[in-house]
Design a protein around this ligand. Sequence first.
Ligand code: ADP
Ligand code: MG
Length: 729
Amino acid sequence: MSSQLRFQVVGEAFKKHPVEVKTPAERPSEFFAKYVFNRAKMKSFLPPEVYDKMVDVIDNGATLDLATADVVAASMKRWAMHLGATHITHWFQPLTEGTAEKHDGFVEHDGKGGMIEEFTGKQLVQQEPDASSFPSGGIRSTFEARGYSAWDPSSPVFVMGDTLMIPTVFIAYTGEALDFKAPLKKALHAVNKAATDVCHYFYPDVKKVVSNLGWEQEYFLVDEGLYAARPDLLMTGRTLMGHDSAKNQQMDDHYFGSIPERVAAFMKDLEIQALSLGIPCKTRHNEVAPNQFELAPIFEETNLAVDHNMLLMSLMKKVARKHGFRVLLHEKPFAGVNGSGKHNNWSLSTDTGVLLHAPGKTPVDNLRFITFIVETLMAVWRHNGLLKASIVSATNAHRLGANEAPPAIISSFLGKQLTEALEHLEQDSPIEEALGDKHALSLGIPQIPELLIDNTDRNRTSPFAFTGNRFEFRAVGSEANCASAMIALNAAVAEALIDFKQRVDERIAKGEETMKAVLAVVREDIKACKPIHFEGNGYSDEWKEEAARRGLDVEASVPLVIDRYLDKDSVEMFAKTNVFTRSELKARNEIKWETYTKKIQIEARIFGDLCMNHIIPVATRYQSVLLENVHRMREVFPADTSSQLSENNLSLIKEIAEHTNFITARTSDLIEARRVANRLHDEREKAIAYHDTVAPLIEQIRYHVDKLELIVDDELWPLPKYREILFIR
Ligand code: ADP
Ligand code: MG
């Protein structure tokens, strides 16, 4: 692709865009959730007694009987049809990427040769999509080849285009989960139960504890035309080759800079549509890398937040195309500039208030705050390897540990004030003294200033940082389903709280006063979880050594990190919290290894093709041009001067030869490495082989391709370059 052609592609895009996006006549507060059958819609569309039943189902997990479901379905149909819906689909999150749907029309025979629109309670509540082509890690072959999807009433149905979308779990007939939502709901249930029990030490009236999630979605936008000219982007979501642009992010001029007009139009369109679907979008800004942006909504209950993130990711892809863009959700689409993450801001709150919110006014509030902080740290400490396993992937691996994102070691940053508060509490001598007299409990917790909420005390290198009223799990990848991290985190916290309560209750049973018992156990745990607490620079090499000494998991190979799911501690934790059985964990690991292999396999294939079909021929052609030039020079100029005149070209010719020789030789090594790995039958072994032998070859060869890009005539270079892709005009 010559630069002339690239110029045309961008020019075309520019002429067509920005697409005009009309501001809706209503204010956001008025069109928010327009396409969502939320409580307000239920209230106006359902008979009062059915509405009350539904609230009971949603809030308290009451069972839904078929008669009620029939009424609900009929009302949903009425509401959806008035928005133009003609179809319904069960919408679920299989263990592949993204979401899956199977559409059915509302139509049914009316028995008189005609058709009527019909939607029954049974269709709403349960369906049997053909499960056989979704990954199951062997669960279905062992049991039965059928799966079913079942409505999750806690996530409201919505209309998208002409379809009524019904959020569902996806389960095998034998009960094993084949998706992300089913185990997520179990983990949320477990943390609700465990945290409510612990809350009762402090506040006997608390009825439930909710887990909250506020994600921050980072992404890249690229011009559609340029994207189409990059087979690697098209097939793998990232550029497998491409030299750094002379200017990329070194000027820091993109971050929080003004948003280009075309991008602003895209963002506006996306926000209007997302808000209409009930996603509470709040923040948008440029990110560090050129063409990189972020969108963050207001946090929500975790299950809903996860659904909204999945919905947003698919919406982004659609809206981007309308604006002549492609959205890249890959964690590392471009070497040399920052990758994309998805910070997961996580907290717990009760029906009466926030649990991780900085200290309350009373000592009891203070102790409650410290308890939940410390037990979260206990969970992260005990399961640091597992938490890492919950966020690793072939794509996120390019980002973690690359000095731009959290390192591949999980630790927690608490900030100065909280660190001091914990130290004080830990050292404070006799508990009796700390507690003071019964009514004026000082608990030895110094007044923790409100300042804690301030964001000044930040550590960007920490994968799990406390930020005032929440923890920010920063290692999650931009492309990931947040559910994976949220399942592990919430289940681990549930286990820590169950364990905490057990030890406190033992002390109480021996006659110890409740607050004293709580404080004593908190003190034990402050000491125990110390290894997870790290305030320093997570990017440094010293930290890697120090972390290993502390017994934290420092493994960086994705296939090996995945092993953590099958550690004894993990299996026990998931069993205790009723989230996964061992056979589910095993099956899911098979899928993770298989997915890892497939990703690298596809990259290796595309990369090999590009090398042999695009790069080598072009480099050779340019080499011939140079050779021709040398010949001509020798013809025209006498022998004595010719050597000097063609010296430059000769060294270029040699340089090209060196690079092309390396590329050709190593590309056949790459093919051979794949062949060897493919012969392995065990999914884990195969993934390890792909990690150890195939993936590194791609990086080695790439270096030489990128060097050629600097030498070969720009007119001949077949792929759009970074400097063209990365700067939207
Ligand atoms: P930053 O980029 O500074 O980390 P953002 O404002 O981009 O912060 O995003 C912060 C995210 O954290 C938002 O989604 C916000 O709603 C969410 N958040 C704020 N408070 C809480 C909380 N208590 N629990 C969970 N998420 C929260
Ligand atoms: Mg953040």
